[in-house]
Design a protein around this ligand. Structure first.
Ligand code: ZN
Length: 308
């Protein structure tokens, strides 16, 4: 389902009423259905929200117990004052949004949803958004660009066997896109359990030197620029996948998933089985705290990328 926010509001309300009636009859919500809101609608000139969100809508819908609704915000520069999604109708909100600031009502709606136990997933350039929204920065742990300078809290990286905060100068950057190795750092975490310790991710940006409050963050996987392939990049193991806790809520932050304005549906970074499977698993975990999905047989190995 994909529609604009305003067109969607009335049917969504009707559906919510029906679901409310059904659940009051059966006593509880069926565990066979996790209600996922994919929220998109704006990106900077460096990204293509229409392409990334359409691919993510497809990937999420492949999970048979996900009930996916795509909510499209007003476009960049349009009036956002009436944009206030009903987060509480969902179990988890997946953000593919890098754009204009929201109203106070929408911001406090998301804060209440997550702090009250709702799930949140932040994908790639979403962590470029909302630098001036303190609670959002807490929810995503660390972010980059959009006004985040050297004084925007510590960086976080993996060093000597554990996550460490880094207060040295230097704001967000990424090396040119290349295939790189992702290293699992929390193999017993539900999202990571059963995944290879090392796997190759396809042609993506390694978001580096992200900064923020960096509180309540568990690094799930890291990557380091391969200097044999690219001429830029930090020498740090940068966080690629993270678990952040905000109140009673769980946040899955994936920095993976770049697509350009001129990319097409075959864009490798999103069609990488590693991106797809961790998005699907992270969304379930953010919603429920568990992952019941099996690891796909075509998940990439240490030697080569695997792109669908
Ligand atoms: Zn990007």
């Amino acid at each position: 389902m994909k529609t604009s926010f305003f067109l969607k509001s009335l049917p969504a309300l009707a559906v919510a009423v029906v679901v409310g009636l059904l659940s009051s009859c059966s006593g509880d919500r069926s565990s066979a259905s996790i209600k996922v809101m994919l929220l998109t609608g704006q990106s900077s000139k460096y990204h293509n929200w229409e392409l990334s969100s359409s691919l993510m809508e497809r990937f999420l819908s492949e999970v048979d117990f996900f009930d996916v609704t795509t909510v499209v915000s007003p476009l960049s520069g349009e009036d956002l004052s009436g944009f206030n999604p009903n987060f509480s109708d969902y179990d988890v909100v997946v953000l593919d949004y890098e754009g204009d600031g929201w109203s106070e009502a929408a911001k406090s709606g998301l804060e209440s949803f997550v702090s009250g136990g709702g799930g949140l997933v932040s994908v790639h350039a979403t962590d470029n958004a909302f630098a001036d929204w303190p609670a959002f920065n807490e929810m995503i742990g660390v972010g980059g660009w959009g006004g985040r300078g050297d004084d925007f809290g510590p960086k976080i990286h993996w060093f000597e066997g554990k996550a460490q905060l880094l207060n040295t100068p230097g704001s967000a950057m990424h090396p040119p896109k290349h295939d790189f190795e992702v290293i699992t750092r929390a193999p017993d975490h539900p999202i990571m359990k059963g995944l290879p310790m090392r796997w190759m991710h396809a042609n993506d940006e390694i978001y580096s030197r992200l900064r923020g409050p960096a509180q309540n963050v568990t690094i799930l996987a890291t990557a380091k620029a391969d200097k044999t392939k690219v001429d830029r990049g930090t020498d740090n193991h940068e966080p690629m996948l993270m678990d952040i806790r905000y109140g009673k809520g769980r946040v899955f932050h994936t920095t993976l998933g770049h697509c350009n304005l001129n990319d097409d549906e075959s864009v490798p970074a999103l069609n990488c089985v590693g991106f797809i499977a961790t998005l699907q698993r992270g969304t379930e975990w953010a919603a429920t705290g568990q992952v019941t999905q099996t690891v796909p047989e075509d998940f990439p190995a240490a030697e080569a990328v695997s792109v669908r």
